[in-house]
Design a protein around this ligand. Structure first.
Ligand SMILES: Nc1ncnc2c1ncn2[C@@H]1O[C@H](COP(=O)(O)OP(=O)(O)O)[C@@H](O)[C@H]1O
Ligand SMILES: [Mg+2]
Length: 317
């Protein structure tokens, strides 16, 4: 890809806090229009990366270009073109949603003639119109979060950073936020960087994901690629004629490395046969005269991959 198509490029970007290495020299390339996920558990370095990319923190090593600018020297100019939902977005409880947005729009110098309309449009888009003139102190967590995302979009930024957008939300509110993000991502000119420790969220929303552990990128790719490449435990469902089950089991045992779990007569879940060995499995069963009705490998999920990547002791769910 033409290097101009990348809106974020980093080279060995890193940041230390005393003896703690928060970000350990990462190389990233994010193309315009991508929904790029930074996936990792608490302390992996996601927030620090976002702060480095917005020039809120200066790097201890390496460099970054964001929209062609150096965040560490051109922060204010850059931040006019990026929007950030931080982990703890401060909203003013005494003000209404409309007032909160208007205040920020003024700070971002959204032109007066456009401001009222922009605020109104965002309130409608985020389903907050009906209660737009109530103080946000009385809002639910989900409503507050939607308002905070709306605020990050006020100045129509080209890149939007969403740091843990559904943390602390109940499933219904999370789903609303997911739908909102999905809608935002349909506008191809906008790039989204989404930080999350939620695998399902990354899998649902992101076109590409970098998995961070202890500040380093341990894997990167589409959720599907990552799952394929990294999931060690592969599973498949097998259905054979019930009378042939015993022969099937013996044949599979001869293959080695497989575990079987019977479900209903003739049906079983087989683990330990990776994708490359599936044709061999089918051939062996056919040779043994087993009548095979169904062989369906389970698509590995990003979750399988994630657990394979994280040292056991660090995995928190
Ligand atoms: N301002 C700071 N001062 C000291 N340590 C920090 C600071 N910010 C982050 N860290 C440390 O850097 C590491 C990465 O933190 P962070 O980027 O917040 O991770 P994440 O967002 O993935 O949870 C953690 O060990 C954290 O304690
Ligand atoms: Mg964080």
């Amino acid at each position: 890809m033409d290097s101009n198509a990348y809106v974020i490029v980093t080279q060995g970007l890193g940041r230390r806090f005393g003896a703690t290495v928060a970000v350990a020299g990462i190389d990233l390339q994010v193309a315009k229009g991508e929904v790029f996920g930074l996936l990792g558990h608490n302390g992996a370095g996601k927030t620090t990366t976002v702060r480095l990319l917005n020039g809120v923190l200066t790097p201890s090593m390496g460099s970054a270009r964001v929209l062609g600018m150096d965040p560490s020297t051109e922060g204010p100019r850059l931040r006019r073109r990026t929007g950030v939902l931080t982990e703890t977005p401060g909203l003013t409880d005494k003000l209404t949603a409309r007032e909160n947005l208007t205040l920020f729009a003024e700070m971002y110098e959204v032109p007066r003639d456009r401001l009222t309309r922009r605020v109104g449009d965002l309130l409608a888009l985020f389903g907050l119109e009906e209660r737009a003139d109530e103080p946000v102190g009385g809002y639910s967590r989900g409503m507050r979060q939607r308002l905070a995302i709306a605020r990050a979009l006020l100045h129509d930024p080209e890149i939007v950073f969403l740091d843990e957008p559904t943390a602390g939300l109940d499933p219904v509110a999370s789903r609303q936020v997911h739908e909102l993000i999905a809608r935002l991502t349909q506008e191809e000119r906008r790039t989204i960087v989404l930080c999350t420790h939620n695998l399902l969220e990354a899998q649902r929303l992101c076109s590409r994901v970098a998995v961070l552990a202890r500040g380093a990128i341990v894997a990167m790719g589409t959720p599907r690629e990552l799952a394929r490449r990294l999931a060690q435990s592969s599973r498949l469902t097998l259905e054979v004629a019930p009378e042939d089950e015993a022969i099937a089991r013996a044949a599979i045992e001869d293959l080695g490395g497989a575990q079987m779990e019977a479900t209903t007569p003739g049906a079983m879940v087989v683990t330990g046969i990776d994708r490359e060995r599936v044709p061999k499995l089918v051939a062996v069963l056919a040779q043994a005269g087993v009548r095979v009705y169904r062989v369906s490998p389970h698509e590995p999920t990003l979750e399988d991959a994630y657990f394979d990547l994280q040292p056991e002791s660090e995995v928190t769910v």
